[in-house]
Design a protein around this ligand. Structure first.
Ligand code: AMP
Length: 439
């Protein structure tokens, strides 16, 4: 299927060709025709599936088709998203896809001076991308009117709930025109989210992109069983691999993220942390340094990392495993974006084994284990702490090659470690391949 066959107009076809997109992703194939028909949409999809274009392209097309040539531009579409990073990325995408349509957009988010945002609102825009808090703030100050909104998008609804934004979202909903088209996206659909979607959507069509089809299957995944106290040394050992040019490392806590950064820096590995205790500017700078590859390792907590879209990022390392299985899928989904390949390593200590079981149940497969590494799990009983600094012996060479292969993997056709016994990708993709979507 091509974008042409989805009846996309020429100015948008031209810009998406410039972006290097040739084939619509599954969510785009399904969602674009629904949105173009003016129907409400319930999209169950996560970041990394191409969902931003799935709603931005038809919104641009609809607004372009009924473009009011008023002198003063009015906000005709509102996109609410939970984080600053996501908001910026969505606005950048809209600007890229809409560059030949004449439709204007801007983005507002908290934690920064409001004046430049107010100035761009005063200049007039048709599409507003916003985080809930700053939107309400600027609405209360009279800088934003939602009176003319025709298309409303609620992005990452489950994350809105997690981050405690649901009341703000409801306040925004209360002032939106009743007659409108609404698009609702969420990676997961717990009962509370279904309930919320029912209050927003009118006769929606549902589109679902399962993470297992889109993300999990194309990412090489490996487990290292390791004692908690040996995780820093294992990380340093893993990062000796020069093929790991950059990696996103996940910790469960902000404090944990800072600790990992310190350890890496002490070992002369450039690293920065991105989490809720850092200022917005600090986070943005860390992300930019990481994108530019001036920082090799970005250490993140889950909320801060949500929506990070870094092209070329091949490696995700779960320094700590989340107790929520879906979080694993979100984390590893930071790599393998839109079909590009990726590798995820997870460091699992004795206490985290039960989280691993939940993850394997969710993704429906066993994750291959790398059991020939310098820090194998010694402490099988979480109550018993092994001696600090007791560095386990390397296994005898005779057992290494065999044991490094997939001990408990049922799918033997993938993830074969290469000849160096390292599970990394050997060749780097070309830019052209990177953008390709693998169904
Ligand atoms: P998203 O899920 O919107 O965060 O998109 C994930 C990534 O996929 C972004 O880097 C997009 O630029 C890219 N992308 C979106 N649609 C396509 C497409 N049809 N072909 C290739 N890449 C795409």
């Amino acid at each position: 299927m091509s974008f042409q066959s989805l009846n996309i107009i020429e100015p948008i076809l031209k810009s998406i060709a410039q972006e290097g997109y040739t084939i619509p992703t599954p969510i785009q194939q399904e969602a674009i025709p629904i949105v173009l028909r003016g129907i409400d949409l319930l999209g169950c999809a996560q970041t990394g599936t191409g969902k931003t274009a799935a709603f931005s392209i038809p919104i641009l097309q609809l607004l372009h088709a009924s473009k009011a040539y008023d002198k003063k531009r009015k906000i005709r579409s509102l996109i609410l998203t939970p984080t600053r990073e996501l908001a910026i990325q969505i606005n950048e995408s809209i600007k890229a896809y809409g560059r030949f349509t004449g439709i204007t957009s801007t983005v507002i988010f908290g934690g920064v001076n409001q004046n430049p945002q107010v100035a761009s609102l005063k200049a007039g825009v048709e599409i507003l991308v916003a985080t809930p808090g700053r939107l309400l703030d600027l609405m209360n100050q009279g800088f934003v009117s939602l009176r003319d909104v025709e298309i409303f998008v609620l992005d990452e609804a489950d994350r809105m709930l997690d981050m405690g934004f649901i009341h703000d979202v409801k306040k925004v909903l209360a002032v939106l025109p009743r007659k409108r088209q609404s698009l609702f996206f969420s990676a997961t659909m717990p009962p509370e989210i279904v309930k919320l979607s029912n209050t927003i959507l009118n006769n929606p069509q549902k589109v679902e992109v399962t993470p297992s089809a889109s993300t999990v299957d194309i990412i090489k995944q490996f487990i290292y069983f390791v004692d908690k106290e040996n995780k820093p040394e294992l990380l340093i050992d893993v990062l000796k691999d020069p093929n790991i040019k950059t990696a996103l490392v996940f910790t469960r806590t902000k404090h944990g993220a800072d600790k990992v950064v310190k350890i890496l820096q002490k070992n002369r590995i450039s690293a920065e942390a991105i989490h809720g205790n850092k200022s917005q500017n600090n986070r943005q700078r860390a992300l930019e340094n990481f994108k530019a590859q001036t920082t090799r390792i970005l250490v993140a907590t889950d909320i801060a990392a949500r929506g990070i879209d870094v092209e070329d990022m091949e490696f995700v390392i779960n320094f700590e495993i989340s107790n929520i299985a879906e979080t694993y899928v979100h984390r590893i989904g930071r790599t393998g974006r839109a079909g590009a390949k990726g590798t995820a390593f997870s460091f699992c200590d004795a206490e985290e084994k039960e989280y691993l079981r939940d993850i394997e149940k969710l993704i429906g497969k066993k994750i291959p284990v790398i059991d020939n590494h310098p820090f194998p799990l010694m402490n099988h009983n979480p109550e018993k702490t092994p001696q600090r600094g007791a560095r386990p012996q390397r296994k005898p060479a005779s057992s290494t090659n065999e044991s490094r292969t997939q001990r408990n993997s049922s799918d033997t056709n993938t993830n074969k470690p290469n000849s160096n016994n390292r599970p990394y990708r050997q060749s780097k993709e070309t830019n052209g391949n990177k953008k390709r979507w693998f169904n």
